[in-house]
Design a protein around this ligand. Sequence first.
Ligand SMILES: Cc1cc2nc3c(=O)[nH]c(=O)nc-3n(C[C@H](O)[C@H](O)[C@H](O)COP(=O)(O)O)c2cc1C
Length: 361
Amino acid sequence: MATHIQHTVKKLISHYPWTTSPLIVGAPMKVIAGPALAVAISNAGGLGFIGPGASPTDLEPSLQSAASLIASSPSLSKFSSENQMLPIGVGFQTWAGDLDVASRVLEKFRPSAVWLFAPRDGQRELDVWAKRVREVCRGTQVWIQVPSVREAGEAMGSEERPNVLVVQGADAGGHSRSQGAGIVTLLPEVYDAVNQGLEIERQVPLIAAGGIMEQRGAAAVLVLGATGVAMGTRFLAAREATINGGYQRHVVEASDGGQNTVRTQLYNWLRGERNWPAGWDARGLVNESWRDHEKGVEFERNRELYIEAAKRGEEGWGERGRMATYAGTGIGLVREVKGAGEIVAEVRDGIGRVLALSNEL
Ligand SMILES: Cc1cc2nc3c(=O)[nH]c(=O)nc-3n(C[C@H](O)[C@H](O)[C@H](O)COP(=O)(O)O)c2cc1C
């Protein structure tokens, strides 16, 4: 595995030269991971992804704004002007995306990476997206986030095999497959399925996601075969996140995520999203909407209460609030709001200390 790590670290650094190893990635959280968050993460030597907007047409203004922020960062603007490429990534939920709109905007702005997730039609759909991305943006790498060993194998066996595989464990905040495994078992099994026995040049870098909040979790997944880590929930508490103050406060105040988050369709439905592909749901914080659902309150009544809560601004959120507060089981380890750059540096620098400790065992 040591050779795999050395090789994949080199591969990633050569494509993302502004980054520092171990790679810290900001996951493309819908709406919340906007240009300010993505650029702040890249500016600290990580790789920030912009998430899907409320509508596919939000991508263009979002990338325009990212390009302006990048222009005012000395290290990032150097990469961007030398390579005619933005030092950030863009994420799509392909089931809800618009490939024509996306490819037009990608061609214009050329992000360094495109992250694909949640197809309605499995690997076939991901192949169509990957092929188009590669046609319109030569040099942009394709990342695919998978929640299972089967889907990891399908991605790596396909004609449009991704450059990077993000392995998403069941602790993840937001959407994933309803049925899943924790990252501690999922990641090594994916590693064996996709990399074992393959010549080194064909081995794919694995980025671990789901439940990683700080240096201890990050160090653990590197030992399991990851070349980097992706965090979503931790960046909900970043100053640059596009997030309601009540949402952010709830994430910081909550703890014991196994008990105080649930994986459910309820929050999708309350938001009016009834179209998610079969077999997917989302993890969010327990609040009054969930408690009423559990008590048997009818969905229509629950939705009325949700709509009223949405009008109350920050007060609609929190333990006693009702809004869909997507977050992972790691919430108890997210204790304060910080700058995204500070989070990247803290986790990355902390990994070395944790791994040095393990040498004492
Ligand atoms: C609020 C929120 C929104 C998310 N939206 C997306 C999304 O639009 N696309 C995507 O690929 N992943 C999305 N994710 C999942 C992340 O890609 C990632 O798997 C997850 O955040 C990792 O687990 P963690 O939250 O424990 O760090 C979202 C996660 C959160 C918390």
